[in-house]
Design a protein around this ligand. Structure first.
Ligand SMILES: [Zn+2]
Length: 110
């Protein structure tokens, strides 16, 4: 089992801090741990030209879809203070390890 280099998880709210979509916010649809990439809703859209495939009910044409973005290009948006932030970890009294916001010390994981 490999350790994730990014503390960002699926369904987190993130903000893009580099690249053409800098400043955009979105929800993480998928984390690709192998190469530290994230699929973020509405961010890093690419146009795919698809051929019609009637068997699979796929229409031909240009479809926009998300392409994975490297985790180093995004920051987690803290649900407590609403700011993009770096993440720390804290061990709770019940033994749970949670992610905390470095700015407001709010707990990210509920
Ligand atoms: Zn915060």
């Amino acid at each position: 089992m490999s350790r994730l280099a990014t503390p960002i998880r699926r369904n987190d709210q993130v903000m893009v801090i580099a690249g053409k979509d800098r400043g955009k916010r979105g929800r993480v649809l998928k984390v690709v741990p192998d190469n530290n990439r994230l699929l973020i809703e509405g961010v890093n859209l690419i146009k795919r030209h698809t051929k019609p495939n009637p068997g699979k009910n796929v229409k031909g044409g240009i479809v926009e879809r998300e392409a994975p973005l490297h985790a180093s290009n995004v920051q987690l948006v803290c649900p407590e203070c609403g700011a993009p932030t770096r993440i720390g970890h804290r061990l709770l009294g019940d033994g749970r390890k949670v992610r905390v916001c470095r700015k407001c010390e709010g707990v990210v994981d509920k």
